[in-house]
Design a binder for this molecule. Structure first.
Ligand SMILES: Nc1ncnc2c1ncn2[C@@H]1O[C@H](COP(=O)(O)OP(=O)(O)OP(=O)(O)O)[C@@H](O)[C@H]1O
Ligand SMILES: [Mg+2]
Length: 407
């Protein structure tokens, strides 16, 4: 992972990285500005911002994506200017888990500048005439660090305890609500091989299916994965099986376990619609899931099935009780089976409740508009929003990445 590859013999000075890197370049001279811009432009997946050190306004940096590398050219007062960066307050969403390295560019024989660079925490001091090929090992390391520091995504599976209990609708709306908090970071997987509905519930169509992604798993990385996923305007990404390719889907599904680690590496949150029940073929999803939500309703069959599925999850799949939670969908107070009866029948399992709202649910399904967006104020949407909050971890206040850079 992470190696740079020369594209072809005609573009011997053109390189590609396996994941995106962002560089902020603070320049002192126009010569360096021009030179480094020309060099960096020849590297695919590397985006950069150039900022004049003379006219640096720290507050304006918040408009840029946070950098993986910060380049600084030595020049008049350069070190003081760099120290000013410490006053930069990164936007809240950029605070978590971000790391950047400082690289100083200057005359390699300038011992004074070299010493200052080390003192302020630079990871390297490089000639200001360096060419792209000489910088590639550094970019390659940055890519590897970035990939290694990436933790594996949380995964939540929604399983039906009876056909039509509502697992798909809950999975879709939960995923949309999560994507509101973490846009482009949530992946919804619809693992139904024949009757996937996620696309219809969101009124989108995909050019590729999960089977295509599985078929190409051997060269799958973040960049290639982006061409298989479908993006909803909310910022939610999706992968679904194309229902018209039934046979192929079944064949490819056997290798789904090979694709899953890549998905979890790229997406911090993976929501899985497993509404068709527990299929061994998808054991790779069930076993490591942070939570398996059993979607049930207030009727005897569904509750009985829930008990049976909990047993299977515990004894055959080896899940702990804390991994399993029950969602009573279409809840109505007046039903003869009460929440208390369900909790007593299924001890040790946390129970959530989603109210019955036939009109909102049907309208949302028919129009392809998730109710957490289109019916925000309904009690149905509110309860799903509240449910989603139980999954999204509290954001802790951490030392901003720019402060860590100098600490
Ligand atoms: N909270 C709710 N209140 C009222 N109706 C609901 C609710 N949740 C879901 N429904 C209705 O139930 C129907 C089935 O929902 P959904 O597709 O989510 O079920 P499923 O469990 O995934 O079904 P399948 O077994 O087909 O996979 C939907 O058409 C929707 O209108
Ligand atoms: Mg379903």
């Amino acid at each position: 992972m992470g190696e740079a590859v020369t594209l072809n013999s005609n573009s011997h000075n053109h390189f590609r990285l396996k994941t995106n890197l962002t560089v902020w370049v603070f320049y002192s001279s126009d010569r360096f500005h021009l030179h480094i811009s020309q060099e960096l432009a020849n590297c695919d997946n590397l985006s950069f911002e150039t900022i004049s050190l003379h006219s640096l306004v720290v507050a304006n940096l918040a408009h840029f994506s946070p950098p993986d590398l910060i380049f600084v050219e030595t020049g008049p007062n350069w070190a003081q200017k760099v120290m000013e960066l410490q006053h930069y307050e990164a936007p809240q969403e950029q605070q978590d888990n971000h790391e950047a390295s400082l690289i100083v560019f200057g005359n390699e024989n300038d011992n004074g500048a070299l010493k200052i660079a080390l003192k302020i925490g630079a990871a390297d001091f490089i000639s200001d005439r360096v060419v792209l090929s000489e910088m590639m090992p550094m970019f390659k390391n940055a890519v590897e660090d970035k990939l290694a520091s990436r933790s594996i995504g949380d995964m939540y599976a929604f399983v039906n305890t009876k056909g039509g209990a509502g697992a798909s609708m809950l999975a879709v709306n939960t995923a949309i609500e999560m994507a509101k908090v973490y846009p482009e970071k949530v992946l919804l997987l619809d693992l139904d091989l024949q009757f996937g509905v996620a696309n219809d519930y969101l009124n989108i169509s995909s050019s590729y299916g999960l089977a295509d992604a599985i078929a190409n798993v051997s060269d799958m990385d973040e960049m290639s994965l982006a061409s298989y996923v479908t993006k909803h305007k909310s910022g939610l990404h999706m992968l679904t099986f194309k229902p018209e390719n039934g046979h192929d889907n079944y064949d490819k599904a056997k290798n789904f376990n090979k694709l899953l680690p890549v998905l979890r590496e790229v997406y911090p949150y993976v929501i899985v619609d497993l509404s068709r029940g527990l299929d061994r073929i998808f054991a790779s999803v069930i076993v490591p899931a942070n939570k398996v939500f059993l979607v049930t309703q207030q009727n005897l069959v569904a509750v009985k099935n829930s008990a049976r599925i909990i047993k299977t999850l515990t004894f055959e799949f080896g899940l702990g009780r804390e991994q399993i939670e029950l969602v009573v969908n279409r809840y109505e107070k007046r039903q003869s089976i009460k929440l208390k009866d369900i909790s007593e029948t299924l001890p040790g399992v946390k129970v959530h409740m989603i109210p019955n709202d036939f009109k909102a649910a049907v309208e949302s399904a028919n129009l392809g508009k998730p109710y957490v967006q289109s019916k925000k104020n309904s009690s149905l949407a509110k309860s799903v929003i509240q449910f989603t909050r139980t999954l999204v971890p509290e954001t802790e206040q951490k030392l901003s990445w720019i402060k860590r850079l100098f600490s």
